[in-house]
Every structure is written in C-alpha cells, then in structure tokens.
Design a protein around this ligand. Structure first.
Ligand code: FAD
Length: 116
C-alpha cells in the first residue's frame, strides 16, 4: 500500500490555504456587523504572522500593511483577497485570475453547471 500522508510542502499548503481563505470570503456576510469586520481584520493580521511558510508570511505581512484588508462586505473582501492572491500569482509567474469570477469559483459554482 502506498503511503500518501506526508507533511505539506509550500505548494500543498498554499492550495489548502487559498481554499480556506476564499471560502471564508464566500461565507462572509454581505452586510457584516462592526464586530464581524473587526474579527476578520484581526484574523488576517494574525494569519499573516502565523502562516507556516516564513518567506511567504513576510511578503504577505508587507502586502497587507500596504493594502489593508477590506472587510466592509463579502464583495469587498472577496475582491480584496482575489487581488492579494493575484499579487502572489504575479510574484510566482503564474497566470492571474479574473476577479469578476471569484464568486463563481468559490461560492456559487460556474454558470455552466460544471460544479453540480
Ligand atoms: P493556487 O495559487 O494555490 O490557487 C488555487 C486555486 O485558486 C487555483 O487553482 C484557481 O482556481 C484559484 N485562484 C487562482 N488565483 C486566484 C485568485 N487571484 N483569486 C481567486 N481564486 C484564485 N508560494 C511560494 O512559492 N512563494 C510565496 O511567497 C508564496 N506566498 C504565499 C502567500 C500566501 C498568503 C498563500 C496562501 C500562499 C502562498 N504561496 C507561496 C503558495 C502559492 O500561492 C500557491 O498556493 C502554490 O504555488 C500552489 O499553486 P497552484 O498553482 O496550485 O494554485
């Protein structure tokens, strides 16, 4: 039997983490309370400190200092996060993602029904 449970490398950790973060955006309220907005800001700040890829974490901390997380609504946060992910994509030479489609990718599923 093959052993497939190995410690996460930077790529696997990244994919799982983006899944968590975009899913948080997808379930964030359209009209969050001040407490919810503050919680999300605190979470992102702590996340950026604790992310267990130290070079990634350092760059991400710099990024959120420059571009503060927008937590005013689901749409705002989802777009902000998509732009933050695109910044990492550019750094790594990956294609950027069309942010007008983040809800289809992470919340509703694609309009062609390919996630049903
Ligand atoms: P991922 O980039 O992991 O994306 C997963 C899926 O998200 C894609 O398949 C696509 O469907 C979707 N997607 C892509 N772009 C977007 C977007 N902009 N908005 C919404 N959805 C999108 N790796 C490094 O080597 N160096 C780093 O410095 C580094 N920094 C990172 C910082 C953070 C905060 C995180 C979470 C990850 C970081 N990573 C870094 C990991 C890197 O971003 C990728 O996760 C990893 O390289 C695997 O890439 P992937 O091609 O599988 O797709």
């Amino acid at each position: 039997q093959r052993r497939t449970d190995c410690p996460a490398d930077v790529e696997q950790l990244g994919r799982s983490t983006w899944t968590l973060l975009h899913s948080i955006a997808a379930t964030y309220p359209p009209a969050p309370t001040p407490t919810e907005q503050n919680d999300l800001k605190l979470f992102m700040g702590l996340f950026a400190k604790l992310y267990p890829c130290w070079v990634c974490a350092e760059d991400f901390q710099q990024y959120i200092k420059k571009e503060e997380p927008k937590t005013g609504s689901r749409g705002e946060f989802g777009n902000w996060l998509c732009e933050a992910h695109n910044e990492v994509n550019r750094k790594l030479g990956k294609p950027t993602f069309d942010c007008s489609k983040w809800q289809e990718r992470w919340r509703t599923g694609w309009k062609d029904g390919s996630c049903d």
